[in-house]
Write a protein that binds this ligand. Structure first.
Ligand code: ADP
Ligand code: MG
Length: 252
């Protein structure tokens, strides 16, 4: 399968003078089209920084990132933001939504920037997505009047509006209880089954167990990797055990 992302020898540092240190120390990573991967590792190991680098949200000091064949370090700011808006979807721990807009309007807002005239069509698409993730009855609801799991479902709808090639999720289940987390992973599994690549950062082995490849980070490096067969709804406990055994083995 073709690569959607190829990060080569990425170095990224933060801080000034003596305080300056590498947060990513030469990370090389590939993600294939339609792949479902997780990144695990201790707090501060560089997981979010890696995701920001791979999605062009932040620049790199050296090395490069090829997204769908384009070098994100050399494309212009406008093209970069077009790529992010049309080919990538983002889901964070807490979706940032506008409090004065209802759920539906929050979902369609980013798409409206591109195509103000087609509100009806955009809303129709949003409703189909809301239906798919089970929040179709909440379209007029104030965002402060829904549960964390419902809000995250709305965040996923928003991320899917442009049919992205990849979804980046930085601890997308981090604010949810275990049951809601697995429900969100059910949605991600379905989205992935339709061919969208997904990369999620997570601390939860049971969340990572739903993916097919886990990269383990420590001190700004990918120190190990675990491949699993595609999850088909069976033996989650065995997969969790495999992940935790691997983490013990590499000491993270
Ligand atoms: P993780 O997501 O694995 O918890 P991060 O990638 O957020 O780790 O951060 C890795 C390290 O980089 C941390 O030590 C953090 O303090 C530092 N860091 C991240 N972003 C910045 C920034 N914008 N400015 C300064 N230091 C940063
Ligand atoms: Mg992080």
């Amino acid at each position: 399968m073709n690569k959607i992302i190829s990060g080569n020898h990425i170095v990224k540092s933060f801080g000034q003078g003596d305080e300056r240190h590498n947060v990513l120390s030469g990370v090389t990573v590939e993600i294939k089209e339609g792949e479902f991967v997780a990144v695990m590792g201790p707090s501060g190991s560089g997981k979010s920084t890696l995701m920001f680098a791979l999605s062009g949200m932040d620049s790199v000091d050296s090395g490069n990132v090829l997204f769908d064949g384009m070098n994100l370090s050399t494309v212009g700011e406008k093209e970069l933001s077009d790529i992010r808006r049309t080919k990538m979807g983002f889901v964070f721990q807490q979706p940032t939504m506008l409090k004065n807009l209802n759920i539906l309007d929050n979902i369609i807002l980013p798409s409206m920037r591109d195509n103000r005239k087609n509100v009806a069509k955009i809303s129709e698409k949003a409703r189909a997505l809301m239906n798919r993730v089970g929040i179709e009855r909440l379209e007029n609801r104030d965002i402060t009047k829904v549960s964390g799991g419902q809000l995250q479902r709305a965040g996923i709808c928003r991320a899917l509006m442009n049919n992205p090639k990849i979804i980046f999720g930085d601890e997308p289940t981090g604010a949810l209880n275990s049951k809601s987390a697995q429900e969100i992973m059910d949605i991600f599994s379905e989205v992935n089954a339709d061919g969208t690549a997904i990369m999620i950062v997570t601390h939860d082995a049971k969340v990572a167990a739903r993916t097919e490849r886990i990269m383990f980070m420590r001190d700004g490096k990918i120190v190990s990797e675990l491949k699993l067969p595609k999850f088909v709804g069976a033996d989650i406990d065995g997969r969790v055990e495999e992940i935790t055994a691997k983490m013990r083995e590499i000491g993270i």
